[in-house]
Design a protein around this ligand. Sequence first.
Ligand code: ZN
Length: 493
Amino acid sequence: MYDLVIANGRVMDPETGFDSVANVGVLDGQIAAISTDSLDGKDWIDASGLVVAPGFVDGHSHSSNDWFGVKKGILDGRTTQLDLEAGAWPVDVYYNRMEGRAQANYGATVGHLPIRDDVFSNIVPNTGNLFLEMWKSKNQWSVRTATNEEVEIIVNLAETGLKKGALGIGTPVGYAVTGISAYELNRVWAVAGKYKSFATVHGRFSSKSLPTEGMLGILEAIGNSRVVGAGLIVHHYHAQVLSQVEEMARLVDDANANGAKFILEMYPYTFGSSILMADYLHPDNYQNNMGHTYEDITLVKTMKPLTKEIYETELRENPGATILFEHCREEDMVKAMAWPTVCIGSDAVPYIDADGCHNEEGATTVPYDTPDEEAHGHPRGAGTYAKVFRYAREQKTMPLMTAVSKTSYLLCKFLEDNGVAQMAKKGRIKVGCDADITIFDPETITDNATRENGAAASSGIPHVIVNGIPIVRNSTIVEGVYPGRPIRNPILE
Ligand SMILES: [Zn+2]
């Protein structure tokens, strides 16, 4: 007798290529049977005509501990939501706060930028997530160059984070272009090498032209991770290399063929979301490097494009303001999405309302029950994973199994190979694996989030199961159930 039986679905396992109609039996949070025989269960889901896929794995969510954002991710099929880019600080605060409150699996790297904020400004996020508390931060973490003594303090704190079970080290150097030196990057990432772990990067440059070419910024990261022997995740690489997505992907495939452990990630949109003070959006950089102007930046709280006057006022008074900005062309975005070794990550940013609100914890986000229309933000927070499947169907960008692999297995395999043992049991539909399962209709799975309604939930994903517990049932989120578990490395002290 199984706890749950998922009957008659098209079971797809990206690791083995298994693709066949079968029944799946779930017991004690794990996949216990995959069979054409009928199985008995206490609970039962009819998956006829639906795909039974590994739960989608998002390695890039700045909403990984933001209740509204997590909900949006789950409705998009994401059973695991990690912040590997910005990371957590303090690592304990992040993990402790999530206990018993997590609808999806959660975890984070240790964040290089919040460590800098701690060292330079004595600012420590209440939630462990700098992205939820950007409003109270000064810009020292971004622009200040560390002395050699300060570099060693930062290195020690990064090591403390890994010893607390952080998954790797996250360095979005693109937010500290003039603050983090190549030397600091190397010293901090050496800690990741020492622990046979990995680093992640938002590349130093977002640019199509020399001397700040996007590929050069990523090569800096590649060089540093190779020197220290760490793996490397390059987040939203299309937003940095712009028209050179295929050149960059080929380079990384070559490096991996020569023994490197790198993975490129992308989200399926031609515009990003960030904070107004981001270096690469400074008018000189944004115009010269990316070929865009003020009107291509939208202030999220008003959803209106910037003018010179508003830009200057907001930068002075509200440098952490959430904005949308145009970057690459649609054709380049599609090429990056379709490249077989590139994984998908949402880069979900907490949604805000018209006041740029702070919720009861002082975090820059909206409360869990906020109506979709009142939540402003980039549609990637709600629609990324379903959009990949819509493109696969409508534009034939890739076979269905490739889309399943890019949304689940690829990142799990990378993490497993870079010290995160728990991920060996995720991203697969296989006996003995964790029962994180996303059940979708390949004919209808669709993103509904748009620039105007950024929080509209995806559809065509009727059931989502986290550690054997249904968290979405008949396309409705199950309230008051918290099956999410920490993805965390062993605590060493
Ligand atoms: Zn980023």
